[in-house]
Design a binder for this molecule. Structure first.
Ligand code: OXD
Ligand code: MN
Length: 615
């Protein structure tokens, strides 16, 4: 029955492609979505070069993408109200209520979103893509199917994820997969989603399905990006691994690179850090324990990066990729008459006229409220394949992953958090650094930027399980490791009178210090919040890495620990976790220990501790 229906709806060529995959769950899923969305035709991608080319061509012909000057470059615009991740419209469908997670009763949510998807693809082609998160044929592999009516979405996924049609064919009935259904909904005259007020992004853990409708912005529509993270996090919990919002890079090391994974909230220095050293990934990491060793892969093979501020001097590698022929989708940038692309902070001379996400643009243009319209949206993006980067690590697709030596948690805190600290051990790092992250909101999410938010592990936006259980999984993961990765906290944004106290490039020195710690080449100062670098070591490393003098006053300003503020923070975090069910007891004891250390030091040194007095 199902096969007959598919044959009728797909036509001979496309049906053959689906039939090659001997998987009844897949057939049922496709036929349900076809009958729900009612497309006029269906394109099933096998991931061949021809199929990829077809999607690229249709993205241009449909107007979803516009050609830019450099071969392979295109520009896409999302509608003005759909420029970032829509937290307020994103829900996990479950009947239970959980702190910090937007949940919605499953039945109500399904009824609503299925209602919005009914007939949504009338007169449109439905596109089907098959992908793997993680290297194929590896223990990390997670299969996924994306259905969408947007060429831009499938084009993006063809760049960002490994094609896995062949794996579906090989595994047949044994293929277990995540499912993503997306429709742009009705479009306005400029090709933007018209009913953004009915934008819904619903994640259904029970069926491992995500529904996304009336939206185009990549973070809401590209299923395998952050929507899949909600589902893989649940699998990770079930199977005892970690699905994280982390980059993965190889740096320094005496005998070849040491691999570090780092979780930072969006737009807080993550992509720029991932360009230092060898690149494996800039956004998501799967970490598993094999024989007592933590190993990591990047589920992606491309970057959906923030372009704001990218310039030739600070980001030479990204700059090069964005200025040479090759596949790049720019979104929400400024497109000049001759196909040149501009964005805020690019350092290029701006044209007299152009087109951006708000339509026709000229320098000094004002919006209805009288504010000057920026060149590009602050959350404008670029989508590129990893292989465009000259610093790609040769092991980026290694089925065994690479061993993790350190995990870094980065926050954006202009006032209080030191630029660099090493946790005493795994538990101390997980609790007082990862689980305690507070960070200033950025433009990658809708809402007022700048406010301090609790964002544990930089993963709160993507949390689909009880945070207490998530933290327990982290703590237990460390217990399975013979030599757990060291844990670091960093903050690139510490400021005084509106001026950053550290330079953009200083992060290279922080990474070098971490590498020296991993290889036991340097000592550290013990403080109540963890180990801090010694001034003498940083002085030497600044010279070695950046050929820069590092004076003692800079060190003092950057590394003076505001014990009083750390004390307030630990109390805030304690309060938060005391209201989260199933928080493991170690969270409370570790925070209490930190508080008593802070108190002891405050008694001896007052509210601010200059670490120079300890060395
Ligand atoms: C992203 C994000 O796009 O976190 O990576 O917003
Ligand atoms: Mn991200």
């Amino acid at each position: 029955m199902v096969l007959e229906y598919l044959e009728e709806k797909l036509g001979r060529v496309m049906f053959e492609r689906v039939k090659q995959i001997n998987n009844s769950k897949l057939h049922a899923f496709l036929s349900e979505v076809i009958s729900l969305c009612d497309p006029s035709s269906v394109f099933v991608s096998t991931g061949s070069l021809e199929d990829y080319e077809y999607i690229r061509r249709r993205a241009l012909e449909s107007g979803e993408e516009l050609p830019a000057m450099i071969p392979g470059h295109t520009v896409h615009f999302d509608s003005p109200l759909d420029q970032a991740r829509a937290r307020g419209d994103t829900f996990i469908l479950m009947d239970e209520k959980l702190p910090f997670i937007n949940t919605k009763p499953r039945r109500d949510g399904l009824e609503e979103v299925i209602g919005l998807l009914r007939g949504a693809m009338k007169d449109r082609e439905m596109l089907v893509g098959f992908y793997s998160l993680g290297p194929k044929k590896s223990p990390f592999q997670v299969l996924a199917v994306q259905i969408t009516d947007s060429y831009y979405v499938l084009h993006s996924e063809n760049i960002l994820y490994r094609n896995a049609y062949d794996e579906f064919v090989r595994l047949g009935e044994g293929a277990d997969f995540l499912k993503f259904i997306h429709s742009q909904g009705v479009l306005d005259e400029r090709g933007g989603s018209k009913n953004v007020d009915k934008r819904r992004i619903y994640i259904d853990p029970a069926s491992e399905t995500v529904y996304s409708v009336n939206t185009q912005y990549g973070g809401n529509s590209i299923g395998l990006k952050k929507l899949s993270l909600r589902l893989t996090m649940i699998r990770a919990l079930r199977e005892g691994w970690l699905a994280e919002h982390m980059f993965v890079i190889g740096v320094y090391g005496r005998n070849g690179p040491l691999y570090f994974a780092g979780a930072y909230p969006s737009a807080s220095g993550k992509t720029s850090t991932s360009m230092i050293g060898r690149l494996i990934g800039d956004d998501i990491a799967f970490i598993r324990a094999f024989d007592g060793e933590a190993r990591v892969v990047n589920p992606e093979i491309g970057i959906f990066g923030i372009i704001d501020g990218v310039n030739a001097k600070d980001d030479p590698l990204i700059w090069e990729v964005l200025n040479k022929p090759g596949e790049v989708i720019f979104s929400n940038v400024l497109l000049g008459k001759n196909g040149e692309v501009f964005w805020n902070g690019s350092g290029k001379d701006l044209p007299a006229r152009g087109k951006n996400y708000l339509g026709e643009w000229w320098p000094g243009k004002k919006d209805e409220k009288g504010s000057v319209v920026p060149t590009s949206h602050p959350n404008a993006r670029f989508t590129v394949p990893l292989f465009s980067f000259p610093n790609l690590d040769p092991r980026y697709d290694d089925p065994e992953g690479v061993a993790v030596s350190a995990i870094i948690y980065g926050v954006r805190d202009s006032a209080n958090v030191v630029p660099l600290v090493e946790a005493f051990d795994w538990l101390h790092g997980v609790v007082t650094i990862g689980a305690s992250m507070e960070t200033e909101r950025t433009t990658a999410v809708l809402g007022k930027p700048g406010e301090l938010e609790f964002n544990p592990f930089a993963n709160l936006d993507f949390m689909s399980i009880n945070l207490g259980v998530y933290v327990r999984n982290h703590i237990e993961f460390g217990r399975r490791l013979r030599n757990p990765p060291k844990i670091y906290g960093v903050n690139y944004f510490l400021s005084e009178n509106g001026k950053y106290l550290t330079d953009k490039e200083d992060k290279k020195v922080w990474l070098k210090w971490m590498a020296c710690r991993v290889e036991e080449e340097v000592e550290a100062v013990t403080t109540p919040i963890g180990y801090l670098p010694l001034y003498s070591d940083l002085k030497k490393l600044f010279m070695d890495v950046l050929s820069k003098e590092y004076d003692v006053e800079a060190y003092k300003k950057q590394f003076t620990i505001k014990l009083d503020k750390y004390d307030e923070k630990a109390r805030r975090i304690l309060r938060i976790y005391s209201e989260i069910p199933e928080t493991p007891a170690e969270v409370f004891t570790t925070l209490e220990e930190q508080l008593s250390r802070l108190r002891r030091y405050m008694q001896e040194y007052g509210p601010h501790l200059n670490p120079l007095v300890l060395q």
